[in-house]
Design a protein around this ligand. Structure first.
Ligand SMILES: [Zn+2]
Length: 275
């Protein structure tokens, strides 16, 4: 599943390649699952709009659109195409003669002659449109202040790892980055969120941002089978310090990394460095 850094990388790649282009028309598949908004509404909202920008909000890709003809300018201003990639969703920019893969669910024809396609074999991805500004649930982990961050966990009795994964609190922190952040902050994943001291919260706040920023710099670190907006397979891998390193020596103290399950997710930590 692409996490925040992968989605950021994909959104930036798309922004670079399609900003300024105009969506002329849209084809949608007859499968139900990929469409969170009604397909008719999606087609209507996207057609005849200029792509102003593509950016990440949480783990969503938000494509900002502006109607290009005067008639629709009167009725609506902000429009957004919101894409969640799910497990295997991909946004591809192709020429019309490029083969259309089997699990293509949307094709937006662009005035530049290219096509922006949404392909998703496992159909956990979602397409939606919005006419109000989409902010998603939860706070943005790269922008949140220490005060706001501390407040999120103040009365939480759940393990800190579950709280980090809770998209209603922080949006976009997934399993890999939760484990890596907790390792860097020296905090055990099962600690009750409310039990974290001020110093620990400071370390965690810093670690979450650091880990995400490093991964964005590297272009995301997910190991799954998706490609970026230019169709390149895979991404550079962040040097994981604990994630999927069960039994391997901790890079700091050489203690074998342990694996437990928290919030139903495989969780990796160093029993010596994390307290
Ligand atoms: Zn260690």
């Amino acid at each position: 599943m692409p996490e925040l850094p992968e989605v950021e990388t994909i959104a930036r790649g798309l922004a670079r390649r399609v900003s300024g282009d105009v969506i002329e028309s849209v084809w949608l598949s007859n499968k139900k699952e990929p469409f969170k908004s009604a397909p008719k509404q999606i087609a209507k909202t996207l057609a005849d709009t200029r792509i102003l920008d593509v950016r990440r909000v949480g783990k969503h890709i938000v494509i900002d659109l502006q109607p290009v003809n005067r008639a629709s300018l009167k009725t609506s201003s902000a429009r957004q195409w919101i894409v969640h990639l799910g497990m295997t969703g991909r946004m591809l920019i192709e020429t019309p003669d490029a083969e259309i893969p089997k699990h293509t669910h949307a094709i937006a024809k662009l005035s530049s002659g290219r096509e922006l396609r949404f392909v998703d074999p496992r159909r956990f991805g979602r397409l939606a449109v919005s006419e109000t500004s989409f902010t998603g649930p939860g706070a943005e982990p790269l922008d949140i202040s220490l005060e706001e961050f501390a407040k999120l966990f103040r009365k939480r009795k759940t393990p800190i790892k579950s709280a980090l994964l809770n998209q209603k609190l922080l949006h976009g922190v997934g399993n890999i980055y939760a484990d890596e952040s907790l390792f860097r902050a020296g905090i055990r994943p099962k600690r009750r969120a409310a039990s974290l001291t001020r110093t620990e919260l400071e370390r965690l706040h810093k670690a979450v941002k650091e880990v995400l920023r490093e991964a964005i710099t590297l272009g995301g670190s997910s190991v799954s089978d998706y490609v970026d907006s230019e169709g390149r397979e895979g991404f550079f891998q962040l040097q994981h310090r604990v994630y999927l390193r069960t039994g391997e020596p901790c890079l700091v103290c050489k203690t074998p990394i342990k694996r437990i399950v928290v919030a139903g997710r495989g969780t990796h930590y160093c029993p010596k460095c994390q307290k």
